[in-house]
Write a protein that binds this ligand. Sequence first.
Ligand code: AP5
Ligand code: ZN
Length: 215
Amino acid sequence: MNIILLGPPGAGKGTQASLLERERGMVQLSTGDMLRAAVNAETPVGVKAKAVMERGELVSDEIVAGIISERLDADDVKRGFILDGFPRTEKQAQMLEEMLAKKGMTLDHVIELKVDEQALVERVEGRFTCANCGEGYHDKHKLPSVEGKCDICGGEVFKRRPDDNAETVRTRLQEYRAKTAPILPFYEGKDMVSRVDGMASMEEVHSSIVEVLGS
Ligand code: AP5
Ligand code: ZN
């Protein structure tokens, strides 16, 4: 089963992709995570992407499509993959079609997480992750059970993303409205889109997604 999770910044794409990865053995393919790894490693792609990401704008279609295409050649994606943050423009949707056709792969579902934009800034501003294992937390919605200790790995160092401030989130939202939301009609035309209420609790959102995917 291969799916796309679509939604604005803070909609819960990463949260839901991790849950599916953990519970169904699917592979999360997050272009945001891949780009952040490239920025940290100071690779040529990372050097180009850093300032663009910090402004909340979109990195070039060619760069992200290249990263995804390479990742789709790995063996583990045969277990089923979740595209989280890709495609994000009409051009990327087209590029994805072409690369999947070439690799003999297909998409089963596009799931749009519907959220109230007012809630997004608060969600994104309160977010932090474990620096060791990447588990996601939130100041209000999901604190570690023991203060200062990651529930998953026991790590004690946490980090926040440089683009998770109110001003950059607003730019990211504008980019979503202008460039990403317009790709939905393309998938609606293929009858692949299911809408899920992203304002429900994380567990409820997960159940709704599982219902769409079937057993
Ligand atoms: P990316 O990393 O993809 O960021 P994004 O799309 O802005 O999405 P986020 O990671 O902010 O949010 P999310 O939907 O994953 O929410 P999360 O689950 O963390 O991209 C970053 C940048 O990289 C882009 O701006 C761009 O520059 C570049 N880029 C990436 N892909 C690209 C592409 N294809 N083309 C061009 N450029 C690209 O949840 C958020 C918070 O809310 C968390 O704290 C979580 O705990 C909490 N939360 C989640 N669900 C719930 C819930 N149901 N109830 C309460 N709280 C919840
Ligand atoms: Zn951890």
